[in-house]
Design a protein around this ligand. Structure first.
Ligand SMILES: [Mg+2]
Length: 223
């Protein structure tokens, strides 16, 4: 977690899995390892219904026990398969466009920091705040990690936007009072009421336009 005092007026907070990175192949491998090692007969399709929540909460949703051992296996297998994670097309360009427009970047993820940090480092962007699982407060869908980002950045909820791909992200933003944009390229459906939807990372550049800032030209931009 990083805390900065700033005079910036806008911030873009993003989920990691299914928004910045396509980590589905990593998760599939990790869940396969858990299933095989612990004799669990729960298909990945059932596991991924609950993506966005902390791992322990997903296990509770699935009615599984001995969560600490399952988590250890999942963590080890995730690290071994981390090379399968790739940023979605356009993510790096879009993040740099927001930085160029003086927006602060933040990440709110249910992934532990030791697995989130190496991925975020690949993007080469200055994230002013990263709130990962294992920090203070409750995990998503509770608003706690997003509220902590607001404190980190010293900005109002209305000055931030949270981009997520699951209903738990939508609920987290709603409960934090932060405007929400649903990443349609991710893994899940949004909750209700229907939020704003971005169909690609480059679609997020509309936010710059709406805030009266000019986005640098990026090929394929909808602006
Ligand atoms: Mg996600």
């Amino acid at each position: 977690m990083t805390t900065v005092q700033t005079t910036a007026e806008r911030a873009l907070a993003l989920d990691l899995d299914g928004v910045l990175f396509n980590t589905r192949p990593v998760m599939q491998e990790a869940w396969r390892a858990v299933s095989e090692r612990h004799g669990i007969d729960v298909p990945f399709e059932a596991y991924e219904q609950h993506l966005g929540r902390p791992f322990a909460d997903i296990m509770e949703c699935l009615g599984l026990v001995d969560i600490a051992r399952l988590h250890q296996t999942y963590t080890e297998a995730s690290k071994a398969a981390s090379w399968l994670a790739q940023p979605f097309d356009g993510v790096e360009d879009v993040l740099h466009a927001f930085v160029a427009a003086d927006w602060l970047l933040a990440v709110v993820t249910s992934k532990p920091l030791d697995r989130a940090a190496p991925l975020l480092a690949q993007l080469g962007c200055p994230f002013a705040s990263v709130r990962a699982r294992g920090g203070p407060g409750r995990g998503k869908p509770a608003p706690d990690p997003l509220l902590l980002v607001l404190v980190d950045l010293a900005i109002d909820p209305a000055a931030a936007t949270y981009v997520g791909d699951m209903a738990v992200d939508h609920e987290c933003a709603r409960r934090a009072g932060v405007p929400y944009v649903h990443a349609d390229w991710g893994y899940g459906a949004h909750g209700s009421p229907t939020p704003r939807v971005a169909h690609s990372p480059k679609d997020l550049l509309r936010l710059l336009d709406e805030s009266g800032q000019t986005a640098p030209f990026i090929e394929g931009s909808l602006l």
